[in-house]
Design a protein around this ligand. Structure first.
Ligand SMILES: Cc1cc2nc3c(=O)[nH]c(=O)nc-3n(C[C@H](O)[C@H](O)[C@H](O)COP(=O)(O)O)c2cc1C
Length: 194
């Protein structure tokens, strides 16, 4: 049984193009178990208690420190449970929405999703596929102003996820219909294991 983790990060819940794309992608995974994480319900930012807690062995954490890490543990469990992660990524101010960055800060944990080794950092997640569903107004994916998709590829690779595909409805302001059609065609062409 395939498990899909669907993460939406658009602040818009009704008119969002990236959500329409993640809807369509998830529909391709017919019969899969789907875990949904909607970041329009904001996650907390990491704070000093969190930063100190994550550097301690579990047995050495105070109750406050343990509870500071509880949500991070839940988000990492969702990630570990998934074979495929579908991420709705609207370009905000040339980068990823702060809501998605908050998720990344909570799931990138030394000793849990990556490790420092004698050969340098090593991602601890493997065998996972990510599909990024990107929407943008004017920024072309892959251009010098796109600080979103390269960052996502890098940070996902850092935790061990190197199979990253992008479907993009980018430059919507220059012609939404054609842009959305191109993204939908790319979604319909995604290879889905039987
Ligand atoms: C706060 C904010 C910042 C934005 N910044 C950019 C940007 O830097 N580059 C761009 O191409 N579009 C930008 N846009 C436009 C969005 O990327 C575009 O509306 C996209 O469709 C948003 O995704 P959504 O439809 O899933 O909400 C911005 C939109 C918002 C709301």
């Amino acid at each position: 049984m395939t498990t899909v983790l669907r993460i939406d990060s658009s602040a818009s819940t009704k008119t969002s193009i990236s959500r329409a794309l993640t809807d369509r992608i998830v529909a391709r995974f017919d019969g899969a178990d789907v875990i949904t994480r909607d970041l329009s319900q904001p996650l907390p930012q990491i704070d000093e208690t969190w930063v100190n807690a994550r550097a301690k062995a579990p047995a050495d954490r105070t109750d406050d420190e343990a509870s500071a890490l509880a949500l991070s543990d839940t988000l990492i469990a969702e990630l570990k449970a998934a074979d495929t992660i579908v991420i709705g990524l609207p370009v905000y101010n040339f980068g990823v929405p702060a809501a998605l960055k908050a998720w990344i800060d909570l799931i990138a944990r030394a000793g849990v999703t990556f490790a420092y080794t004698a050969d340098g950092p090593k991602g601890l997640l493997d065998g996972k596929r990510v599909i990024l569903a990107v929407a943008s107004g004017g920024t072309e994916v892959g251009s010098g102003w796109d600080f979103a998709t390269g960052y996502m590829r890098h940070v996902l690779g850092f935790i061990g996820i190197t199979e990253v595909e992008i479907v993009a409805a980018d430059r919507l302001a220059l012609g939404a219909e054609a842009s959305i059609k191109a993204a939908n065609d790319a979604i319909d062409a995604l290879k889905i294991a039987a």
